[in-house]
Structures are given as C-alpha cells and as structure tokens.
Design a protein around this ligand. Structure first.
Ligand code: KIV
Length: 312
C-alpha cells in the first residue's frame, strides 16, 4: 500500500547509528511483502535478539539500548530508525483502548497491534507483551500464547512479567526457541497484589526479592530484563550483577538501556509519572489543530480551492 504518489519523493533521514546511508522506513509506504512470492527487499537487515544481547559485553553496554513502545504501523515507522527495540506493550490497554489497567488486554489485541508494528518497522527488534492470564497458569499455556503471538505478528520476542515465579515458564519458552524479555520490579499486571503503581524495593525484603527475581530470569534464559519502578540502588545492583542487558523505566540511567511509553514522552496525557520526561506537548498540538479545523469548517473556510476538485 503506498500513500505517496508516483514520482513523488520524500526526505529520507538516515539511521543514527546503524545504517547511515540506508533510507529509513518512514516513507509513507508500508512494505507488506512477507512471502517469497512477493519478495520486495527490505532496505536493511533487522537487528536480532542475539545482537541485542551482545551489546552487553563483559558486564558493560557501551551504547545504551533504546526502546520505545509502539502500537501502530505508522508509529512504528516513525520510531524505528531511532530505536534498537520496539515494545508492543500491554500498556496499549490504557493508552489506546482507554481501559483502567492492562488486566483486560487480550491476545487478539496484542496480535493485531504486534503485526501492525512489525509491518511498520525494518530495523528494530519487535517485542510483544504477553497479556495477563495468558501465560501464568502453566508452561504449556505460555507456549500456546507465545507461539500464537510470534506466528501471527512476526515479532522476534515476547515479554512477560514476574521473576522467580515465572522462571520455569521462561525456561520452557526459551528452550523451545521463543526469546523472552522478562520484567521485574513494579509489574503492572500485579497492580492488585502490589496495591498501586508506586516505586518498589523500599523494604529490605522487597529489595532482596527484586534482586532474586532478576537473577532467576537470567538463569531461566531471558535475553534481557525490564526493571520498572524500583529505587535506583536496586537497578544499579542488578545491572552490575547480571550478564543480560537491563532495560530501565523509572529505574536508573546506569541500566543497559531505557524504555518509555511513547505517548508519555510525547506529552499525550495530562498526568505522567515522575520518571517520564516529556519531549513534546503533542496533546496541545492535536487539540489546537482540531480547534482550528472546527473553526474553519464552521466559517466555511475549509475546504478551500486547493482542496476541492473543479471540472477540467
Ligand atoms: O506495557 C508496557 O508498555 C511496558 C513498559 C512500560 C515497559 O511494559
């Protein structure tokens, strides 16, 4: 599907670090060719899970890993050139669907949005969240859900929440060829058990639990681990003690990488957590544009001559 007319060209900013001369995927053109019968070549090789894992070498990550959430194809196109990983987070429940938490997110939702993000990206490793209730019951349940996500979306890895309690499930999946990113600390799917979204690890018991969770997911075969909403010393200790990359959110700049919910950093919502830095005020931009449009429609200024078809 091409939204750009024949002969039209668009500026192609280049990838910051990996492919300086290769066009980025932000071309208003979605390459939907996914089979040998229709082999449109991708403009570049996608990063891989082992390549991400190798970015941490002898306990150090020279260039921190960059991850953002993406839920749609166009959003993925825009973020892809700047990221190493795109996360189709179950935060889409709140961000896209207006749900009160991620608990109501379904496999159908994750598969639909995951496939869109894979179609909209060429470069980043796409990781898709496993929704609450689709993996915790048994390794077999987790395998059925993860294999469906991977087959229907074309993503490279799944993410699931939990540490020691999920180790058996992570080991089962990774032994069967499914790369797993783990998620410890503040785990939003456990919001009812945790009692809220506040930072974790302030008590000694919780501190020790989070460290044990990080160690357990590494031992089980996770290729990376998100550390969310923990006091900074825990994030630093885990990053220093683990061989796999840690991806922080509300954690520490010392983590091996960072992730944010894209809409949060774009300023889409009035209220954002303390750990979010707003790089834009997109809500104001959208609301301002809608107000201007409404005014022009009501004043019969829009559509003008440029936007109307006349007989030849
Ligand atoms: O669902 C999500 O977006 C996440 C990130 C916040 C890490 O899990």
């Amino acid at each position: 599907m091409s939204l750009i007319g024949k002969g039209q060209s668009l500026p192609f900013p280049s990838f910051a670090t990996t492919a300086k001369t290769t066009p980025m995927s932000t071309t208003f053109q979605l390459d939907t060719a996914t089979s040998r019968a229709n082999p449109t070549p991708a403009p570049m090789k996608r990063l891989t899970v082992p390549a991400i894992q190798r970015r941490k070498f002898e306990g150090k990550t020279e260039q921190p890993l960059v991850m953002l959430t993406a839920y749609t194809a166009r959003q993925a196109q825009l973020l892809d050139p700047h990221c190493d990983l795109l996360l189709v987070g179950d935060s889409l429940g709140q961000v896209i669907y207006g749900l009160p938490s991620s608990l109501q997110v379904t496999l159908d939702m994750m598969c639909a949005h995951g496939a869109a993000v894979v179609r909209g990206s060429y470069h980043s490793v796409v990781v898709v969240d496993m929704p609450f209730g689709t993996y915790e019951a048994s390794p077999q349940q987790a395998f059925a859900s993860a294999s469906r996500i991977m087959a229907e979306t074309g993503c490279a890895a799944v993410k699931l929440e939990g540490g020691v309690a999920m180790a058996e499930i992570i080991a089962f999946l990774t032994a069967r060829g499914i790369p797993v990113m783990a998620h410890v600390g503040l785990t939003p799917q456990a919001v009812n058990a945790l009692g809220g979204y506040g930072a974790r690890g302030r008590s000694q018991q919780e501190h020790e639990k989070i460290i044990a969770d990080g160690q357990a997911v590494q031992a089980a075969g996770a290729f990376a681990v998100v550390i969310e909403g923990v006091i900074e010393p825990i994030a630093i200790a885990l990053t220093q003690s683990l061989e796999i990359p840690t991806i922080g959110i509300g954690a520490s700049a010392q983590c091996d990488g960072q992730v944010l919910v894209t809409e949060d950093m774009l300023g889409m919502f009035e209220r954002v957590p303390r750990f979010v830095k707003r790089y834009e005020e997109i809500a104001e931009t959208i609301s301002g544009a809608a107000a201007k449009y409404a005014e022009e429609v009501r004043a019969r200024i829009f559509p003008g001559v440029e936007q109307t078809y006349q007989p030849k």
